[in-house]
Write a protein that binds this ligand. Sequence first.
Ligand code: ADP
Ligand code: MG
Length: 586
Amino acid sequence: MTKWAFPAFAAVMMLLPALPVPDFWITQSIYIGLYAIVALGLVLLTGVSGLTSFGQAAFVGVGAYTAAFLAVKLGISPWLTLLVGVALAVAAALVLGAITLRMSGHYLPLATIAWGLALNYTMANMEWLGKYDGILGIPPLSLFGWSLGTGRGLHPLVWGVALLAALGAVHLLDSRPGRAIRALKGGSTMAEAMGISTFRYKLTVFVIAAFLAAVSGWLFAHFQRSVSPSPFGINRGIEYLFMAVLGGVGQVWGAFLGSAAVRLVEDQLQVLLPKLIGTSGNFETIVFGIVLVVVLKYAPDGLWSFVARRLPTPRRTRDWEGAEPLPARAKPARGEPLLEVKEVRKEFGGLVAVNDVSFDIRGGDIVGLIGPNGAGKSTTFNLITGVLPLTRGEVRFRGEAIGGLPSREIARRGVSRTFQHVKMIPEMTVLENVALGGYLRSSAGELQAMLRLDRAEERRLFAEAERQLQRIGMAEQMHELAGNLALGPQRLMEIARALATDPALLLLDEPAAGLRHKEKQALGAVLKQLRAEGMSLLLVEHDMDFVMGLTDRIVVMEFGTRLLEGTPEEVQASPVVRAAYLGTEH
Ligand code: ADP
Ligand code: MG
């Protein structure tokens, strides 16, 4: 049924004007389409990537005013004004994004509010933009001699654009760049550790959203045949956000549902409310505010989630049998110097979390890093992997100084890791989560993904993901949502993801923490197998017994300092280590 849902819906929307429906329906439907194009951008930006923009209406305004100004004042062809409008919106998004997206927190929402207000102010006060009256008399569109001047004429174009945008978004989200985009919401650490430039993808999504808004604005201008400042104000910017949230944050089709709900209900309320209350005013805004709170409380996933629940969960067909393996790097020879940690130091204010710690790892080594809680093990990990900047010291990997490099660059060189607190994308399947590890071994971009020209490479990525899941004994669970797994399998999944990067050195941060006895045994077996395959490992562990049977050498840390380095037997026999663990003097 789902297979035919989209073609059927598309056919109905494209043919609607040819059916004997009232003009009013056509008008409503055009507005819904125009809103949905903008809301779709917000679904990607806010719902999927976790970034908020209040300024989408301003991008719509850029598209609309460019069309109006160029056509009416300069007599330029509408198809050219589309290019100019979109280029201006994209340029504005690039500037706004470049300034704010490197910073975390509320810089983007604040900047988009400022942008929305400034642009609206400009529209309303500039003589050449017609001030509050705007620009009238925009010529109708025509295509191959076919007039798109009426609602019925324009409807197929609006919905054609909306449906293509939706299809592009669906394709994008189910691709290499799409998985990178879906990783943004969970913070940047994991994505960067997989080699993903989170800044680049945040900027991409922001630009896509601005692009869609500008296209909607251009269509809007040719539908209304006039522009004025009010539809592009900050109120409307919030309304677009409302549509995206109401419909279903993160759901492409939620954009359509949200737009339809807002448009249709708004229309009714505008008539009904003033009658009920007895005076005129924009009371629907109040109702929307209340509805939004109710939706966020009782249906935080939006209205589309009620529809989605009734649909079968889309399951990826296993079409990657026999796909060519992804490129692999030359592995270090046994005994070759791999990682050299030289007197690394990390201070957090007055606290010395890592105090001039040194150790080496050679090809094929399994080194344990143990110590009581708070000893500085995770911090050492974060120094090696570039998550934290070094206060002092040096880290070399395969002869190259990597201290100070961003973590995605270190990942590119063959260092992969797992996290003490599992970092994954819960709403993606296990397989997709692991495929994220193959990011640096693949290359498909956004345009390729939207046009589905990336399928051959996708098959290679999924074949690799399945292979890694088989390696750790999790192939049966590959179609499950990662968020539904227990902690043990989640940790194993992280290892599979790290293995999918084709690492030369694998760093595992407390892989056994919180596991049940059986799961610990399974993990031990996996690590023994990796060791037999010649993998080089740095294993942080709190549980001393667990590392004893696995490691060649153990580095013991306490209070940020390296206490001892030796074989498991030496460490086990050491009274100093016992004292550190028991917290008593020997
Ligand atoms: P371990 O992994 O060995 O349990 P950590 O490396 O997590 O220890 O922490 C070492 C010390 O550094 C602890 O005292 C911890 O509170 C402190 N620490 C870790 N991260 C930060 C941070 N981002 N800011 C301030 N202090 C931190
Ligand atoms: Mg830790």
